[in-house]
Design a protein around this ligand. Structure first.
Ligand code: PHE
Length: 357
């Protein structure tokens, strides 16, 4: 038996001395491999007597198990040490400043639109949408535009080529067609705003061919201009974040409202900057009126039973006023310096709880 004890001590010493996984594997092959020292011992069992084989076999198995266990333990220890060494050499220094990245921002017009939607949503208005490419009926006829009204002509409206059936599609000149679509498809009471892109052949410091509107429509029984005035004043005070605004109606004409008005808001222009809600000047801010009975009729609503008001405002213009941007054309010049100066963080989404801007 002494030969086994010596062999065990010898192999275990080699296991302990193995400095890496390759050396350890060489020890394993030398002991337990096909021609290894312990495997060699097992081969000698065949020539023994049964009693001798039983005793010797058990002893060799014990030896083999011990060596195997030592090999496993050493392997695990070497692997753990190798992992520790790797982790120590691969640390990342997170205190380094992050490299500069170009960051996108929310365009002031979109921010303004979201603010307007947030305020009207809190006042109980739903958002309605419609197509940018409209037909004559929804953009003009249902809105009581007389057949020869100048707004239908080329200088105001972008028309498409005439179709084979004679119809001429157009880019909507306002979001009022969404009001028509809503009145045709829903029963009163109706309380919607129609935010969206609108198009007119126009280009100067305060007009761009593409612009944005939020129009509003309320249809119910007993609606009058007092409701209109309160709704608009409440909206404007919240939008310009002042306690009160003073407004005035100025008579105006729109084919689709009667009476029609433009609303001015009192402001102060003394400091070279427009301040809303105080002062001695007036600023024209939106168009509005009571929905014309012809429009209600064209949409299948009985004007003797229901009345309504409508209003429309330019989003880009309100954004310019609120955020002090002097020229509308800059807003669509895609100048990244302008965008990073006037743009808003995508995380600053306006809502009634956390504030508007
Ligand atoms: N549709 C009008 C425009 O684009 C605005 C408006 C809407 C006026 C509703 C009155 C009522 O100019």
């Amino acid at each position: 038996m002494t030969d086994l004890t010596t062999l065990e001590a010898d192999v275990l010493a080699q296991v302990a001395a193995a400095g890496d996984l390759a050396a350890l594997d060489a020890v394993r092959v030398a002991a337990l491999g096909k021609t290894g020292s312990i495997s060699g011992l097992l081969k000698t069992l065949g020539s023994m007597s049964p009693e001798e084989r039983k005793e010797r076999g058990a002893a060799i198995n014990v030896l083999r198990d011990r060596v195997q266990t030592a090999l496993n333990d050493k392997k695990a220890a070497l692997e753990a040490a190798a992992l520790d060494a790797r982790l120590a050499s691969e640390t990342l220094d997170l205190t380094l400043p992050a490299p500069h990245r170009r960051r996108g921002s929310v365009h002031p017009t979109m921010q303004t639109m979201d603010e307007m939607i947030a305020i009207f949503a809190e006042m109980g208005f739903a958002v309605a949408e419609g197509p940018d490419i409209e037909d004559d009926f929804h953009n003009f006829t249902a809105l009581n535009f007389p057949p020869k009204h100048p707004a239908r002509e080329m200088h105001d409206t972008f028309f498409f080529n005439t179709k084979e059936d004679g119809e001429r599609m157009l880019l909507r000149t306002h979001t009022s067609p969404v009001q028509v679509r809503t009145m045709v498809s829903q029963k009163p009471p109706i309380r919607i705003i129609a935010p969206g892109r609108t198009y007119r052949v126009d280009n100067d410091a305060t007009h761009t061919p593409v612009f944005h509107q939020v129009e509003g429509l309320v249809i119910d029984k007993g609606i009058h201009m007092g409701h209109l005035k309160w709704t608009l004043e409440t909206f404007l005070a919240r939008f310009f974040e002042t306690d009160v605004v003073t407004t005035q109606f100025r008579p105006h004409h729109f084919p689709f409202t009667e009476p029609s008005a433009e609303m001015d808001v009192q402001c102060d222009r003394s400091g070279g900057e427009i301040k809303i809600g105080q002062g001695t000047s007036w600023l024209e801010i939106l168009g509005c009126g009571m929905v014309h009975p012809n429009v209600l009729r064209a949409c299948g609503i009985d004007p003797d039973e229901y009345q309504g008001f409508a209003f429309g405002m330019g989003v880009d213009r309100l954004g310019m006023l609120k955020y002090g941007m002097p020229d509308l054309r800059d807003m669509w010049a895609s100048d990244s310096r302008w965008l990073s100066h006037y743009g808003f963080s995508a995380f600053a989404a306006p809502n009634a709880a956390s504030g508007l801007s």
